[in-house]
Write a new protein. Structure first.
Length: 324
């Protein structure tokens, strides 16, 4: 079977992460890259025989492509994904799906009408420690979930192109850009909560944080996401307490105090230039989407409907939030 010909749109921080992971993806290869920063893009693809385009239209008009991987700033996702689906491309789009529920519904409608595959790259669902937590919750091996506390701590992203991440109108702020990772995971496993209380600062004094309390019956889930004006390295942790034990992700993954070692493919080593770590979840999510396309299988693990629900939940959290 011929490999899927992939066009990568955006090869900055996250786009670079996707780019390097395609070296290990089976059944697909990047043949074209589009980025307004053409010199930077040419440097990243140097020696690989990959054509670089400055505009999306230029790439689409000149390159033979089957699939597009969107790694642009968040405010561009909706229009770009809709355009590409309507033009007949399979589309993998970085999170968030869109910046708001209204736009998510528009994109979802187009995805449903298209005969092409569409998936939002919610990488946390593909990361081994979170897959493990999901299995413990769903299997009931430690009894009923009592409490789940998830944290995603980072310094404020001052590195983004044209500083779009610190502009709430273009990024959605820390809730839509960063905390959505944990919020999406919770929504995918537990569904929509019965009750929401939340607190946020919004972006002020070069800080932004959100704390979301999601109530599921008598189970309380807390998701905390931060952009602090401090040189804090990125760190994602969780503590899940059950009737008969606990699972913890801190420096390592633990179950009832004993380290859990999960056999998994090695992460692609690369200097991403952004405040996140390498993780094989990126490789796993891309490979999953490619396999679905090549085998004409439905996207079932991260459906467009589920991704739209996560945008809806983030919007509810922001709407109900007490501004501090």
């Amino acid at each position: 079977m011929a490999k899927l010909r992939v066009g990568l749109v955006g090869i900055g921080g996250m786009g670079g992460c996707h780019f390097f992971n395609y070296d290990q993806v089976e059944g697909a290869e990047i043949v074209a890259v589009c980025d307004v920063r053409t010199e930077m893009a040419k440097e990243k693809v140097k020696g690989r025989g990959i054509k670089v385009y400055k505009s999306l239209s230029g790439m689409l008009n000149n390159a033979e492509l089957d699939m597009i991987d969107i790694c642009t700033p968040s405010y561009l996702h909706k229009d770009m994904a809709i355009k590409l689906l309507k033009k007949g491309y399979h589309v993998l789009c970085e999170k968030p799906m869109t910046l708001n529920t209204k736009d998510a519904k528009k994109l979802l409608a187009v995805a449903k009408e298209s005969d092409k595959k569409f998936m939002v790259a919610h990488v946390v669902r593909f990361m081994a420690p979170y897959i493990y937590l999901k299995s413990v919750i769903e299997s009931g091996e430690l009894g009923k979930l009592i409490r789940l506390d998830m944290k995603r701590i980072s310094g404020i992203p001052a590195w983004s192109w044209e500083d779009w991440m610190r502009d709430e109108a273009r990024s959605g702020g820390v809730a839509t850009d960063l905390s959505i990772h944990d919020i999406d995971f919770v929504q995918s496993v537990l569904g929509m909560p019965d009750k929401i209380t939340s607190y946020t600062t919004g972006i002020k004094n070069n800080n932004d944080y959100v704390v979301s309390n999601l109530q599921y019956g008598d189970v309380l889930v807390t998701c905390e996401g931060t952009w602090y004006n401090a040189p804090i390295g990125f760190k994602a942790t969780y503590l899940a307490v059950f009737q008969d034990g606990y699972v913890e992700l801190s420096d390592k993954l633990y179950k009832n105090g004993k380290e859990v070692v999960i056999d998994q493919p090695e992460a692609q080593e690369a200097d991403l230039g952004i405040n996140v770590g390498n993780d094989n979840g990126y490789l796993t999510e891309i490979q999953y989407f490619v396999d679905c396309v090549n085998n004409n299988k439905a996207i079932e693990y991260v459906t467009p409907e589920s991704s739209a629900k996560s945008i809806e939940l983030v919007d509810l959290i922001k709407k109900k939030a007490t501004r501090l």
